[in-house]
Write a protein that binds this ligand. Structure first.
Ligand SMILES: NC(=O)c1ccc[n+]([C@@H]2O[C@H](COP(=O)([O-])OP(=O)(O)OC[C@H]3O[C@@H](n4cnc5c(N)ncnc54)[C@H](OP(=O)(O)O)[C@@H]3O)[C@@H](O)[C@H]2O)c1
Length: 249
């Protein structure tokens, strides 16, 4: 039996089936939280994680599938998330798309995709759950990026969307206070994208990171847990988890 302040509280983790989202979900679940695990296309991974966690505590994880580029699905996700366990205490906006958008070769669809997952969905999820989160003195944690503060070359649209997410964090912290705290985590290099095999560029990035290594999904999950469980007087802030990368040019 666990003895945690988070016992039986309910967190929605978007894009929670794999990679960093799965680690965040697993960490929050280990602290006693029940989970609404959102995913889009990773059916098998989502089911496997649900089974694994439900084996630890039965009926503690439900799945909701949905495309966050579709505003109807966002409303549905918000309503179902509250309905599943009849309460909602925390949202972790982790789902994201990430791809280059060179100037001269970027479509409106690219823009809508990157802004849709990284910025629009977190706003509309917050709007649709604000009353419930206020009732429970809940928490929102947005997963931003250090590139939301300094742009990544060839990624103007992603960087701008994450910059927007950082501003949204601050704006919602103001709008939803005093009941709801809203903060963000800004990871540096944690996991390379599945399609990125440029080892030279990867090593260059690590060599420019003062701690000379990549971060781990666990280090992101620990920071999310800190913001949800321990940071009761912190709202509107962004915590870089980047091995010191933001301190060097
Ligand atoms: N990886 C890093 O080193 C790093 C660095 C800085 C910041 N971050 C941030 O940390 C978070 C997690 O990173 P990650 O690399 O683990 O993310 P990721 O693998 O790129 O994406 C996370 C999930 O987002 C979901 N997703 C994508 N498009 C969606 C859509 N249209 N509707 C609903 N869900 C959608 C996908 O779910 P399905 O698989 O189910 O389709 C995917 O598994 C992201 O916000 C990212 O920007 C990561």
């Amino acid at each position: 039996m666990q003895n945690s302040v988070l016992n039986d509280k309910v967190a929605l983790v978007t894009g929670g089936a794999r990679r960093i989202g799965a680690e965040i979900a697993t960490r929050l679940h280990a602290e006693g939280m029940r989970l609404v695990l959102h995913y889009h296309s990773s059916d098998a991974e989502a089911r496997a994680l649900q089974d694994l966690l439900n084996d630890k505590r039965s009926d503690s994880v439900v799945l909701i599938k949905g495309d966050l580029l579709d505003n109807h699905k966002i409303t549905h996700l918000a309503q179902q998330s509250i309905k599943m366990f009849t309460r909602l205490d925390a949202i972790v906006n982790n789902a994201s798309t990430f791809f280059p958008t060179p100037v001269g070769d970027t479509s409106e669809e690219d823009w809508n995709n990157l802004f849709g997952t990284n910025l629009k969905a977190p706003f509309f999820l917050a709007q649709a759950t604000a009353a419930e989160l206020k009732k429970n003195r809940g928490v929102i944690v947005n997963i931003a990026d250090i590139y939301g503060v300094r742009p990544l070359k060839n990624h103007a649209v992603y960087s701008t969307a994450k910059a927007g997410l950082i501003m949204l964090t601050r704006a919602l912290a103001r709008e939803l206070a005093p009941e709801v705290r809203v903060n963000a985590v800004a990871p540096g290099a944690i996991l390379w994208p599945d399609h990125d095999h440029d080892e030279v560029a990867q090593q260059r990035l690590i060599s420019r990171t003062p701690l000379k290594r990549m971060g781990t999904p666990r280090e992101i999950a620990d920071t999310v847990l800190f913001l949800i469980r321990d940071a009761g007087f912190t709202s509107g802030h962004v915590i870089p988890v980047d091995g010191g990368r933001s301190t060097v040019p």
